[in-house]
Design a protein around this ligand. Sequence first.
Ligand SMILES: Cc1cc2nc3c(=O)[nH]c(=O)nc-3n(C[C@H](O)[C@H](O)[C@H](O)COP(=O)(O)O)c2cc1C
Length: 180
Amino acid sequence: MNMKMSVAIEDATPVVDAEAVRFEFRDAMSRMAAAVNIVTSNGPGGLAGFAATAVCSVTDSPPTLLVCLNRSASVYPAVTANGVLCVNVLSDGHQDLSRLFGGKTPVEERFAAAAWSELATGSPVLEDALVSFDCRIVRRADVGTHDVLMCEVEAIRRRDDGHGLVYFDRDYHRAGPGKA
Ligand SMILES: Cc1cc2nc3c(=O)[nH]c(=O)nc-3n(C[C@H](O)[C@H](O)[C@H](O)COP(=O)(O)O)c2cc1C
């Protein structure tokens, strides 16, 4: 972290400007391309779904991925009460769906915009997702504003056509088949 962001107070003790640090981190993270996903959940806590880029593989033994979820998100109580979720990886035609699930739209309206099915856990599986990972949440760690959810994969559904959807520089881009 660039310590030039610290500010001096009267006794010359450097105090880190937390807001500036937060801004620089977010700005720097905008340079990290990330796949866009719709994370869904259903169960006793109710139906929930949100757009997420903070998703990555942890290990293949047992198949596990992680999802970072803001504890202040409206979906947080439902997802954690259900204990299950499905990571639906979006394709390049899904920008509008991502905007819908990443905004303040009521849950019924979010799900009305696409077709869904189920696999193992009862979490909604997006019909035309590039790939869907249906998972049980096996561990949770709270880090700052977010929970890191460790999710064991119980079922996978994939299709082999379609391009990926990537979020980069605060905008959506297509991830094509050509080599870089
Ligand atoms: C492209 C994109 C990526 C996002 N990634 C995440 C993420 O990884 N984790 C997260 O908690 N929220 C993420 N969000 C925000 C959630 O989708 C948002 O908080 C969610 O829709 C819930 O909003 P609500 O609390 O108003 O219901 C992302 C939003 C967008 C548009």
